[in-house]
Structures are given as C-alpha cells and as structure tokens.
Write a protein that binds this ligand. Structure first.
Ligand code: ADP
Length: 288
C-alpha cells in the first residue's frame, strides 16, 4: 500500500499532483473527443458521398439502359424482317447468320431490361402493384410461358399442385419474374432429369422452390451467387454465360416483396433455389 502523507506540506503537494494529473487526463480526453467528432464528421461526409455516387450510378444505369432500348429494338425488327424474307429469300447460311444476330440482340435486350430493373430497385423507384390471386393461375401461366422453350426431351418441367396455399396478396408480376429467372436458370443448367416447381405455406409465409437435377454449383460460389454479375467458373456455366444479373435482381425483387431468396446446391446432384414471401404483402405506410 502507498504511504499516505501525514504532514500538511506533503498533503498539499499530493493534492496538487493529483489535480495536475486529472487536468492532464481531462485535456487528453477532450482531445480524444475532438478526434472522434472529427472522425464522425468525416464518416458522415463519406457516407453522403457514397449515397450520391450510388444515386448517380443508378441514374446512369437507368438512362443508359433506357437509351439502349431503341437501337436494340431496331436491330431486332430489321433482323426479323430479314429472317421472314420480306426483301427476298435468304440462303441457308444467311438464315443462320441472321439467327445469330437475333439471339445476340435478344440477350442484349434482356441484359438491358435487367439493368434497368436493378437501377430502379436501387433507386427505390419500383412500383409495387399487389393484387389477390391464386397460385394455380400463376403456375399455369408459367407452364404456358415455358412450353415453347422446352426443347430438351431429357428434361421434365414439373409444376406441383400447390396444396394448402391460400390466395396470395402480392405483386404477381414481380413474383413471376423471380420464378421465371429460377426456372430458366434451372433449365439451362440441367442436361437431364427434371426441374420441379413447388409452393408450400407455413404460417403467414409461402415458400416457392425450384429444384433441379442439374450440374449444381460448387460450394465456393454459394456465398456470392446472388451478387451483381456473379458467375460460376465451370466449363458449362461459362459456355451458357448470361449476364450474371438475374439472381441479383431476384434477390432485390424478393426484398421488395418483403421476402428473401435462398439456395442449396451440390455439384453433380442439383440445385434448389427458393423464395419465401409473406402471403399478404404489407404496403409501406404512407405518412405523407
Ligand atoms: P446468368 O444470366 O449468368 O444466368 P444469374 O444471376 O441468373 O445470371 O446466374 C448466375 C450464375 O449462377 C449463372 O451464370 C450460373 O453459373 C449459376 N447458376 C444459376 N442457377 C443455376 C442452377 N440452377 N444450376 C447451376 N448453376 C446455376
């Protein structure tokens, strides 16, 4: 234990020492405080810059994708006229080449649409139009949509009868967009077997699953698969490369519908992509 000074002179000195010490401590603390405040201000400024940059990026994406639409549509229309032989018949080789132009222009158009949608979601400018509808109707619409593209006889596209799923109140177009994306990916990466679409309801949430028996996704890509421009580096996945935006958009749209996406996959066995959303979409309160 430290000695306690007993005489008044030592006491006064000890008091003076501790006063000086506490003064030093206080000024040190004040300095630290000033530093923290400056750091906060800097962080605020950086966050603001980041917000501005994100807003600018979204606006740029929106303008750019919008501007791209006119020339792409022109290319597609002219290619269609050529393919239809409006200005005279084409040779077999010319048909093939015009076919390439059409495929490339369609892919480009899809990418532009995805970009525009992404920009809209990021800018918080997606309009949600919820309505009541039956799952059976959505499944039958999807079945009709995919019928013309089911060209591989070794793959079955199965829509399970949705049992116990009540009427939903959500934006059916956005829901359909997410499911279409899951299904077309599943068909793309499933050389044989089946792609099974199902819906189950637990409490006030409904989960849609698109399960395939395809090539699967290696574990190292599971974390990043829903990120913008994420693509898997395997030979088939590289060959069938799309834009890498579909899943990122699906994830964002799921958020807009108050839900979330998930994925399970095993290479060589298959993948299951799922979407869980509330049965009844709660509209954000308008306080304005
Ligand atoms: P893309 O336009 O490239 O298909 P997505 O965001 O939809 O973009 O998908 C990203 C990548 O995830 C795909 O390129 C593919 O490599 C992989 N992928 C998506 N779905 C599946 C699936 N069902 N089976 C295997 N790989 C998949």
């Amino acid at each position: 234990m430290a000695d306690t000074p007993s005489d008044p002179a030592s006491l006064a000195k000890a008091l003076e020492d501790s006063r000086r010490e506490s003064h030093e401590l206080r000024s040190e603390l004040e300095e630290t405080n000033r530093g923290v405040l400056a750091l906060y201000a800097e962080l605020d400024a950086q966050a603001e810059q980041l917000r501005e940059a994100t807003a600018l990026k979204s606006r740029f994406l929106a303008y750019m994708s919008h501007e791209f639409r006119t020339p792409i549509n022109a290319i597609r229309s002219i290619a269609r006229l050529m393919a239809d032989g409006v200005d005279g018949p084409l040779t077999e080789e010319q048909h093939k080449q015009v076919g390439f132009i059409q495929t490339a222009a369609t892919e480009f158009a899809e990418m532009v649409d995805d970009l525009l949608d992404l920009a809209k979601v990021e800018a918080g400018r997606v309009e949600i139009s919820p309505a009541w509808f039956e799952m059976v109707d959505l499944f039958s619409a999807l079945r009709g949509m995919f019928k013309p593209v089911l060209t591989n006889p070794e793959v079955n596209l199965v829509f399970e009868e949705p049992h116990g799923v009540p009427k939903l109140y959500t934006d059916d177009r956005k829901l359909s967009q997410i499911l279409r994306n899951f299904i077309s990916n599943a068909l793309k990466f499933t050389p044989r077997g089946e792609v099974r679409v199902s819906a189950t309801c637990v409490g006030d949430r409904v989960t849609f699953s698109v399960a395939d028996t395809g090539i699967g996704i290696a574990p190292e890509f599971h974390q990043t698969i829903f990120e913008d421009f994420a693509q898997v580096k395997s030979p088939l996945q590289k060959r069938l490369r799309g834009t890498g935006l579909g899943l990122a958009l699906s994830k964002r749209l799921a958020g807009v519908l108050g839900g979330m996406v998930d994925m399970q996959s095993e290479p060589g066995v298959g993948s299951t992509f799922s979407l869980t959303i509330p049965v009844r979409l709660e509209q954000p309160q308008d306080n304005g």
